[in-house]
Design a protein around this ligand. Sequence first.
Ligand SMILES: C[S@@+](CC[C@H](N)C(=O)[O-])C[C@H]1O[C@@H](n2cnc3c(N)ncnc32)[C@H](O)[C@@H]1O
Length: 264
Amino acid sequence: MVGVFIGIGVGPGDPELLTFKVAKALKAVDVICVPKSHINKPSMALGMIREVLAEREKPVEIIELVFPMTKDELNNRKLWMESAAIVAEKVKKGDVAFITLGDPMLYSTFRYLYECVKETYPEIELEIIPGVTSVTAVAASSKLPLAEKDEVVTIIPSDLDPTHLEDVARHADNLVFMKCAFHIKELIPILLKAGFTENSTVALVKRCTLLEEKVLVGKLCEVEDWDITEDYFSVAIVKKSQVPIHWKQNGNGCDKSGCGCSHE
Ligand SMILES: C[S@@+](CC[C@H](N)C(=O)[O-])C[C@H]1O[C@@H](n2cnc3c(N)ncnc32)[C@H](O)[C@@H]1O
């Protein structure tokens, strides 16, 4: 085998959050595989690496791999196996990268492809380069610490079964909701049952670090009044405690504690 298969995390959106190591790898690999949820949809991850690709000395082959967002395990596995075969073919001639939003090891398509490659082509050398996760980016944008002192932080997919969610929430100080966190209003009753209070602090960040980023910060009792639009790219942080809110959007913001307005 001539090349290596590299899973690369390209961060949450802002191209300036690509690490040096990621940029170096993207300039050196021979092939870049780009995951897409639909053939006609542009890839956000590819958009984020355009500037780095423009600095390449030699051309690169871009392969778009379509993974529709469905829970059809059988069809999904078929697609990952087909993609693994493409990777196996390309890696015979050089290094192949697979780019993924945020980090490749946190709720990423890369994980499935990586398993199929490992299982079917054990001779292929694998490497993973981490990226800035949306979790840490959202903490930065909302200026809410993910965890301090002896706090326990738990990451939860927003569509988790409500009974499981209540149980998990009961044992955590801070929760991070990923995957469609715009459903946060529906989660409030469960959080209240799990020991969170009306004064617990909440941040909801949509399209974090992108130009259209929207940040909402306030108390749990204020969330009901928030104007929340559906967006897959949203993450919420909910802290059991009430903490001082330092969030302020440049230019037209307000930094009042518990303000909860959107400042768009
Ligand atoms: C399949 S997971 C991918 C997570 C990614 N691997 C990471 O490390 O952040 C997709 C979820 O990540 C979150 N996400 C990714 N990028 C985001 C962004 N720029 N702003 C807000 N949420 C984002 C959303 O919750 C979205 O539903």
